[in-house]
Design a protein around this ligand. Structure first.
Ligand SMILES: *Cc1c(COP(=O)(O)O)cnc(C)c1O
Length: 253
């Protein structure tokens, strides 16, 4: 681009830079911390605003094989980029969407008995399809409340036809290592797992990885730390800076 081009960066009042090598370095640091657990990458909301395609490609090149997004449409876009990846849809499925999930090989995170019924009905009409169950152990955002887990434990046929691959939950206060919620959620998660069919387990997002190995289970799911945000409140940030904003100084007073 020539400097006379109106879109030339040299004319920009400010420039926002996303360092993809730093995203890859952060992925490797988190994956090392979590090993032998596997490390997924959370790229919902356009990879936290940094751009789904460049971020997902950088993570895949760094060794990431499992990705989480929130919405079906994000999963479809990601499938086009990464034909081999495991892609999980955190919001799960709405009525009538199951064939679209299967067509794009997207794994729904089932958040209530209604979503289990929807996916189960679809599976019964064909071959068993993979799914992950999300349990609400105190985050109070998404996932099955304890009463629904009890009903599912009492009526395991509700999962008939579903290839249950994972059980997950989300920590509410993991950025505060001494918060009593962390251990309470860990214990509730472990107790709920014993009531359900065997499946891999996932509890930690970015901050949970730094609570220690007890919280790692089989798979960790960092988002914000990949993008450079400090995982633990009040402690120095082990992540590499990803985002830089440079502005021209017009005058100094
Ligand atoms: C967003 C999200 C994550 C990633 O959380 P971070 O705090 O950004 O690491 C993990 N799991 C679930 C269920 C999420 O919704």
């Amino acid at each position: 681009m020539s400097p006379s081009d109106p879109a030339s960066p040299s004319h920009a009042a400010s420039i926002l830079t996303i360092d993809l090598a730093a995203v890859a370095a952060n992925y490797r640091l988190l994956a090392d911390r979590a090993a032998p657990a596997r490390c997924a990458g959370v790229v919902k909301a356009d990879a936290y605003g940094l751009g789904l395609a460049p971020v997902a490609n950088a993570l895949a090149a760094a060794g990431c094989e499992t990705f989480f997004v929130a919405l079906l449409e994000e999963g479809i876009a990601l499938r086009e980029l990464l034909p081999e990846a495991t892609i999980m849809i955190l919001n799960g499925l709405m009525a009538g969407e199951a064939p679209v999930f299967e067509a794009h090989r997207l794994v729904p995170v089932l958040n209530d008995l209604g979503q289990i019924e929807e996916w189960g009905a679809h599976c019964k009409s064909g071959t068993a399809q993979p799914a992950t169950l999300q349990l609400d152990t105190g985050m109070s955002r998404l996932g099955m409340p304890p009463e629904e887990v009890e009903r599912l434990a009492a009526e395991p046929d509700r999962l008939a036809g579903i290839a249950l691959e994972g059980v997950m939950s989300h920590l509410a206060c993991a950025d505060e290592p001494n918060h009593p919620m962390n251990r309470r959620q860990l214990e509730d998660f472990m107790a709920a797992r014993t009531r359900l069919p065997a499946a891999t387990a996932s509890l930690a997002a970015s901050s949970g990885i730094f609570l220690g190995p007890e919280w790692h289970f089989d798979l960790v799911r960092p988002g914000v730390a990949l993008y450079g945000v400090a995982p633990t409140r009040g402690e120095s940030n082990p992540m590499t800076q990803v985002i830089r904003l440079k502005g021209k100084i017009l005058q100094v007073r």
